[in-house]
Design a protein around this ligand. Structure first.
Ligand SMILES: Cc1ncc(COP(=O)(O)O)c(C=O)c1O
Length: 376
């Protein structure tokens, strides 16, 4: 089996047979020629059903995650939607309480109307998970590390609880990426990504994916939603994300290195009351992260001494780190999550989420230091 870095460059791609092009061509055609007998022996018929660039992207993610099949979508949210729509009314879903707030809103705002029930629990407490599980619980949904509290959930322990409940375990691997965390090896049945983040890696393309292992019927249901529901991403987005994936392994290494240095700097600064980063030995997620992650990732959150006003004053003083949403790209991005997430947020007003980019760590630390200096 080739290594992850080799797969991130080669899986799902080959030298183009008609031209010898090493870099995969971008196929923008929405339609493809039928054979004289009416068949499609070259596989492709219509862009919504399948395209060469989408096939490449899906095959590559399947290889990176070690699954059987990947179904890609127009966004990470559409990928989550693709999983939930495969359930039936009256089914029940258990989710970790700090899952991405968009997923919570999807459950509350859309799927509640469809009769899908859900419960938010602290999945770091396995007894709480077992107590919340019901006979009709079909899915356990874990995201780890979480957005925005950077909580770490023990995937093996939740997988065991899901198996005991005859439910499937979905693991959203967006923050960790397959470079740092291998959910299938830890017992997950389904791996979900927002490809908009680390896999694309350059904040210039949007997508989502669902990778499954040993679940052919579910593959068919989710594939049908992609195709019939039309929740697809464009060939250009596939192409861009796949280009981003080529450098995933070295990018993630540098994200981790920079994040570690920044977390250490922030944790000693008097203007910061708390740093949430599993790489810090006193972080509540450190012990579990050490057992299921190769490194601790590029995402951290920290709390400024004070509240909302101090948090905004601090971000206003930043010069290199951009005040912007999203994460996982080359640029460092900072965001006040409470004001973005609204009433249902679990983020304190003093909390800022930092997606540590690939700039020089010294420059990022200098920027944080000068902005902290301006508010204390
Ligand atoms: C952890 C996580 N999951 C899912 C999503 C949704 O992904 P997308 O914006 O690609 O729909 C996001 C977006 O920020 C996210 O941070």
């Amino acid at each position: 089996m080739p290594g992850l870095q080799t797969q991130s460059i080669h899986a799902g791609r080959s030298i183009d047979p008609s031209t010898g092009a090493v870099v995969p061509p971008l196929h923008t055609s929405t339609t493809f020629e039928r054979d004289p007998d009416g068949e499609f022996s070259r596989r492709y018929a219509y862009i919504r059903a399948a395209t060469p660039n989408r096939d490449s992207l899906e095959a590559c993610i399947t290889a990176l995650e070690g699954g059987d099949e990947t179904i890609s979508f127009g966004s990470g949210m559409a990928a989550s939607f693709g999983v939930f729509q495969a359930l039936a009314p009256k089914d029940h879903v258990l989710l970790h309480r700090d899952v991405y707030y968009g997923v919570r809103e999807l459950m509350e705002g859309f799927f509640a109307k469809w009769g899908l029930n859900h419960t938010l629990v602290d999945m770091r407490d396995i007894d709480e998970v077992r107590r919340a599980s019901r006979p009709e619980t079909k899915l356990f949904w874990v995201e780890t590390p979480t957005n925005p509290l950077i909580e770490v959930v023990d995937i093996r322990a939740v997988a065991e609880a899901a198996r005991a409940a005859c439910a499937l375990l979905v693991c959203e691997n967006t923050f960790a990426t397959p470079v740092l965390q291998r959910p299938f090896e830890l017992g997950a049945d389904i791996v979900v990504h927002s490809l908009t983040k680390y896999l694309g890696g350059h904040s210039d393309a949007m997508g989502g994916s669902v990778t499954l292992k040993n679940k052919p019927e579910l593959v068919a249901q989710i594939r049908d939603f992609q195709h019939t529901g039309g929740a697809i991403l464009s060939p250009f987005d596939c192409w861009l994300i796949l280009r981003g994936v080529e450098t995933l392994v070295p990018r993630v290494r540098l994200h981790c290195e920079n994040a570690r240095l920044i977390a250490e700097f922030l944790s000693t600064h008097k203007g910061v009351s708390k740093v949430r980063y599993p790489g810090l030995v006193n972080d509540p997620g450190h012990a579990v992260a050490k057992t299921q992650m190769k490194d601790f990732g590029g995402m951290l959150s920290f709390e400024i001494r004070g509240g909302r006003a101090e948090a905004f004053a601090f971000t206003a003083a930043l010069k290199t780190i951009a005040r912007a949403t999203s994460l996982g790209g080359t640029h460092s991005l900072i965001e006040h999550r409470a004001s973005i997430e609204g009433k249902t947020t679990r983020a304190p007003e003093s909390l800022l989420r930092l997606s540590v980019g690939l700039e020089d760590a010294n420059d990022l630390i200098h920027d944080l230091d000068q902005a902290l200096g301006s508010i204390i």
